[in-house]
Design a protein around this ligand. Structure first.
Ligand SMILES: [Zn+2]
Length: 241
């Protein structure tokens, strides 16, 4: 969990694979991952709550775990929350009988790791293959399949495309209109890991210019953009070539 780069990615993949193992034995063909069945293979019961503050909470129980999840969350966030909480079960000793106990003391660093594992669980390679994104070249079409077929949020879909599977090379994120013009919002942004800072800046500038002026982006760049509700900005993915 501590390592960065390639080692971290391989730890994330291993964790996601181990959580999906039992489920994939029976239901690999079900796209997207059916979370109630997956949870059942991990001795976890999912309960929706109308009074929960926050997104979701994981509780060890006598029989395994219970995830209480906010019933008002939109589907993408709901699925991300359940997968995220399932990832936390890896930090418990759930093999022995009785209430699972923590094997590893909790630290905040567990959170980004569990988000990465959750994203890999909701976008396994087998399912990406099933929805045809490995043979699709158009970034807008890939983004749409990941959001429509796998119910990923746009920031997660972009990260799957750019970083997790490097389907296209580029950057993505939400741009918001400010007094200084259109600016990228860093919390929703992602980029291909092999892009240099200079290349990232060049792509960001191209998006800014395009949004400010309505001019055509350079021919060597392909832009997939999705208009969002007013005030939320525009989600843009820009790919090279
Ligand atoms: Zn968490």
């Amino acid at each position: 969990m501590a390592a960065d780069g390639a080692m971290r990615l391989s730890a994330v993949r291993q964790a996601a694979d181990s959580l999906l193992r039992e489920y994939f034995r029976c239901w690999m063909h079900l796209v997207p991952v059916e979370l109630y069945r997956l949870s059942a293979t991990l001795r976890t019961e999912v309960v929706r709550s109308t009074i929960l503050k926050g997104e979701a909470v994981l509780m060890p129980t006598r029989d395994g775990f219970r995830i209480i999840v906010n019933s008002s969350s939109p589907v993408g966030r709901y699925r991300a929350s359940v997968a995220h909480e399932l990832s936390h079960t890896l930090f418990y000793d759930a093999e022995s009988a009785g209430v699972p106990i923590r094997r590893i003391p909790y630290t905040r660093r567990e959170e980004p790791f569990c988000f990465d594992v959750a994203r890999h669980m909701l976008a396994p390679k087998e399912h990406l293959d099933a929805i045809g994104v490995f043979v699709e070249r158009d970034p807008a079409a890939i983004l749409a399949r990941l959001t429509d077929r796998l119910f990923l949020s746009r920031p997660w879909a972009a990260r799957v495309m750019l970083a997790d599977y490097t389907l296209v090379r580029g950057i993505a994120g939400r741009w918001k209109r400010t007094e200084q013009g259109w600016l990228p919002e860093y919390s929703s942004s992602s980029a291909s890991p092999d892009l240099t800072q200079r290349e990232r800046k060049k792509l960001r500038d191209a998006v800014g210019k395009w949004l400010d002026s309505g001019a055509e982006p350079p021919r060597s760049m392909r832009i997939a953009s999705i208009e969002e509700k007013s005030g939320e900005g525009i989600f843009v993915l820009i790919a090279e070539g």
